[in-house]
Design a protein around this ligand. Structure first.
Ligand SMILES: *Cc1c(COP(=O)(O)O)cnc(C)c1O
Length: 421
């Protein structure tokens, strides 16, 4: 199946007389005929037993997203932050380190630099545009994985995924990619060597601003038996000696371990109703991404043509520093998010934002309705000036998230507000 078809048919195939639409299994628990059967599930969960870590409705969405990314398994989480957190904790313990590019979502910077540090896990930030040798130098004997973002939010830098994969694999480490802005419709990181993909499904995948969620996808390709990951190859005492790389688990060792250990213990699992709504968003994702890319490019060109603008960043624009990488990794388009610096600094940026009538000023991005945000005073507020520069955030930068309104209405709104700056 191609992506459009997968979005409608993967994950749930109704049998004769079954509901055409995946039903909401609103049940915390599941009934079994024998005590012995339940006992066996505590050794190896081969069926749903408790909705803190698996549920049939959520599972259908997990299968659909795994299929879209070309992976062997996926696990939904209650937010994108939970997905990023669990993706790293599945590999790192206190005393370990991991490497991340510095141009990543502000919330992830805080999670990695501040909160994980409190738990004894060190994040070493590297410049994504540095050469392979420079990135390699950041890797230490206790480094367990490498992390990056396909299209960095909000700097809109496009990541050279193949380069990062080469560095990670040369050190026997897996590469985790946050693919939120691109979605599997615009880029499939597994095709370029990534091993694990995470998403905030809150953004384009849901697309309708209905529910916060995340997902982790396992490519099934990383060799966990390479000697660096004893917790995959040695028995897990909390599961009666399960070995995650054993034949019984199959290829999706990483996602099985994440579910059996971390989701079991943390319980950051979405409700069935949330998964049902996410599935509705996924059904139209390819159509919507196509239009976001068209509208985003039109908005980027309009900003570029204005004399009230200091700079505009959109990787599908010729002349953008990431144009060449976008041609390779995002041939279908660069999504609907445009970064723009209005001339005259923060004051004019705020004036422009407050003058918009159609676009809403809100803490959201990658949504069906056009919205704007000033990262330096919102999502990236906790960062120091130094971290702001490293994350590619100019104090006058506006993140313009182009929606699916008629493009002429969006452009007229931009025009009327720019004229007042
Ligand atoms: C929003 C976002 C997150 C965090 O996701 P939530 O669903 O808000 O927890 C992570 N990464 C990227 C790229 C994001 O845009």
């Amino acid at each position: 199946m191609r992506d459009e078809t997968k979005c409608l048919h993967s994950g749930y195939q109704p049998q004769n007389g079954a509901p055409s639409v995946m039903p909401i299994c609103q049940s915390t628990t599941y009934r079994f005929d024998s005590t012995e059967h339940i006992g066996e599930l505590f050794d190896m969960p081969t069926a749903h037993m408790y909705s803190r870590f698996s549920n049939p409705t959520v599972e259908a969405v997990e299968k659909k997203i795994a299929d879209l990314e070309g992976g062997v398994g996926a696990m939904c989480t209650s937010s994108g932050q939970a997905a990023s957190l669990i993706s790293v904790l599945n590999l790192c313990s206190a005393g370990d380190s991991f490497v991340s590019t510095s141009t990543i979502y502000g919330g992830t910077v805080n999670l990695f630099a501040v909160t994980l540090k409190r738990f004894g896990i060190e994040c070493i930030f590297v410049d994504a545009d540095a050469d392979e040798e420079a990135i390699s130098r950041a890797i230490k004997p206790n480094t367990r994985c490498v992390f990056g973002e396909t299209i960095a939010n909000p700097a809109l830098a496009v990541l050279d995924i193949e380069k990062l994969a080469r560095v990670a694999h040369a050190h026997g480490l897996p590469l985790i990619i946050d693919n939120t802005f691109a979605t599997p419709i615009l880029c499939k990181p597994f095709d370029f060597g990534a091993d694990i993909v995470v998403h905030s499904t809150t953004k384009y995948m849901d697309g309708h601003a209905l529910q916060v969620g995340g997902v982790i996808v396992d490519s099934g390709r990383f060799d966990w038996k390479n000697g660096n990951f004893p917790e995959f190859t040695e028995p897990d005492e909390s599961y009666h000696g399960v070995v995650y790389t054993c034949d019984a688990i199959g290829k999706a060792a990483y996602i099985t371990k994440a579910r059996m250990q971390l989701m079991r213990d943390f319980g950051a699992y979405p409700a069935a109703h949330s998964a049902f709504l996410l599935n509705l968003g996924l059904e139209t994702l390819p159509l919507r991404m196509e239009r976001y890319c068209q509208n985003g490019l039109a908005v980027a060109k309009a900003f570029q043509a204005s004399d009230k603008i200091e700079s505009v960043r959109y990787s599908a624009l010729e002349g953008d520093p990431y144009y060449a990488l976008a041609q390779k990794y995002l041939p279908k388009g660069s999504c609907g998010v445009v970064s723009v610096v209005i001339s005259g600094g923060k004051q004019n940026a705020v004036r422009f934002m407050d003058g918009l009538k159609l676009a809403s000023n809100e803490v959201h991005v990658a949504d069906i309705r056009t919205c704007v945000l000033h990262p330096a005073s919102a999502t990236h507020r906790q960062l120091t000036d130094e971290q702001l520069v490293a994350a590619g955030v100019n104090p006058g930068l506006i993140r313009f998230s182009t929606g699916l309104e008629n493009i002429d209405d969006i452009l007229e709104d931009i025009d009327q507000s720019l004229r007042r700056v």
